[in-house]
Design a protein around this ligand. Structure first.
Ligand code: NAD
Length: 443
């Protein structure tokens, strides 16, 4: 099939590559000229496991191409995806300017029936606004072109995006048009060979499903962080509590890890946006507000532990950070907990030496060259001359370090484990002080 995708970010590029891989002809449009030039040149602007070879192969074979020109792209696609960003507005609600700009562009160029598919995460009612924007442009041209708008929220996880896209848990389709649903079923048929993963519903329910999923996941994290903070005060170890509750199949072991708070481009903005949507409809979503608040506090947790350990004397100290990305297997730094920690350390007069397997370039892009930040090529290089080590992202490479080597390198041997990667006793046996999250010994 012929597919057009607006937006070549994490969602658009991965979706484009996976649809091309299944034999479709995919044309991706982006307003970012530099990004499109790099993609046409075979450079992949983001790190996502498995993405690069898939993009390169399909681009070489003519299945996947990139453009900044929307006109040929709109002529090309029988299915036109909108996968542009929906960042938070000043008040935390979703900023729809990019989604609606694409809708208007489509309306200005559309010449034959197309299914317009919204993949961006958007508040309930956005499909209606997209439909109205397209219709308005068509009316201004004085033409009548049939089209349908489908809500098809994306559930891929950064770090596993290609795998999630090729083998989705579910394909949520929100539509009241049989014709559009038939087109979408045909497009997704290769992903449904093992069993039908389609969950068909009305548009508004589909839009809310995405927010509900992210809000539920964020709630699990904030819930565990709440328990961790209680555990810390009562002298219990939240890691034992986690295993104790996860054994109940109604709870399960997935996604109940306490830590230094959630980040990324989705959870923080989506929880906030859902809360604002609720408020706009006269409902105070108190649980969502609490989830957000717990997370905000939790992102300051590592700093609090470090500050307390050094009796507030952080000026002139150097802290080594292992992990900068908001989670492993990505280079994405949006809302990363490391950013809050680094900024608090700098404010307190401390310096940072950091290592991340993928996010150094992005960190450099955000913070530029500064005297109080050294980005290192190797985890142990980050320890040179440092007074403490903080684990911020749970990359696999950090799971079993050489504690003797850490101890030898650090001025005052101490580890602040923001992801509870280590067993406290094992670290202490090696002669290092240990602070974790909710491990009943942090006070
Ligand atoms: P992103 O910021 O990585 O990419 C968005 C892209 O859209 C950018 O390259 C930007 O230049 C482009 N763009 C903006 N306006 C455009 C226009 N008018 N025409 C063409 N391109 C335009 O964003 P992302 O992370 O891919 O997220 C996209 C959407 O998907 C968001 O709504 C997000 O909430 C949602 N989502 C993201 C994830 C994720 O893990 N990143 C997962 C599920 C859903």
């Amino acid at each position: 099939m012929k597919v057009t995708i607006f937006g070549t970010g994490y969602v658009g590029l991965v979706t484009g590559a996976c649809l091309a891989e299944m034999g479709n002809h995919v044309l991706c449009v982006d307003v970012d000229e530099a990004k499109v030039a790099r993609l046409k040149n075979g450079e992949i602007p983001i790190f996502e496991p498995g993405l690069e070879p898939m993009v390169l192969r399909n681009h070489e074979e003519g299945q996947l191409d990139f453009t900044t020109d929307p006109a040929p792209a709109i002529r090309h696609g029988e299915v036109i995806f909108i996968a542009v960003g929906t960042p938070p507005d000043e008040d935390g609600s979703a900023d729809l300017q990019y989604v609606l700009a694409v809708a208007r562009t489509i309306g200005r160029q559309l010449e034959r029936y197309a299914v317009i598919v919204n993949k961006s995460t958007v508040p309930v009612g956005t499909a209606d606004r997209v439909r109205a924007a397209v219709a308005e442009e068509l009316a201004m041209r004085g033409v009548q072109v049939p089209f349908d708008v489908v809500s098809n929220p994306e559930f891929l996880k950064e770090g596993d995006a290609v795998e999630d896209c090729l083998r989705p848990d579910r394909i949520v389709l929100g539509s009241d048009s049989e014709k559009a649903v038939a087109v979408m079923r045909k497009l997704y048929a290769p992903f449904n060979r093992n069993h039908d993963r389609t969950v068909l519903m009305d548009v508004r329910s589909a839009e809310l499903t995405k927010y509900a999923a992210n809000a539920m996941l964020a709630t699990k994290i904030s819930f565990m962080n709440e328990i961790a903070n209680i555990a810390e005060r009562v002298g219990a170890d939240v890691e034992l509590v986690r295993q104790g509750i996860g054994s109940d199949p109604r709870i399960g072991y997935h996604f109940i890890y306490p830590g230094a708070g959630y980040g990324g481009s989705c959870f923080p903005k989506d929880v906030q946006a859902l809360e604002r949507t609720a408020r706009a409809h006269g409902y105070e979503a108190r649980l969502l507000g609490a989830v957000e608040q717990v997370n905000r506090t939790q992102k300051g947790k590592l700093f609090e532990l470090i500050h307390r350990h050094f009796d507030g004397q952080l000026a002139g100290k150097t802290v080594a950070l292992w992990g900068l990305a908001f989670k492993p297997n990505t280079d994405d730094m949006r809302e990363a907990s490391s950013r809050r920690l680094m900024e608090m350390l700098w404010d307190a007069g401390a310096r940072v030496r950091a290592f991340d397997p993928e996010a150094a370039d992005e960190t450099r892009r955000i913070y530029g060259d500064r005297d109080d930040l050294v980005l290192c090529e190797h985890p142990y290089e980050a320890l040179e001359g440092a007074d403490a080590l903080a684990i911020v992202t749970e990359w696999k490479a950090f799971r079993s370090p050489d504690f003797e080597r850490i101890k030898a390198a650090l001025g005052t041997p101490v580890i602040f484990d923001g992801r509870n990667l280590y067993t406290p006793a094992a670290v202490e046996e090696a002669g290092l002080a240990y602070y974790g999250i909710g491990r009943g010994r942090s006070l």
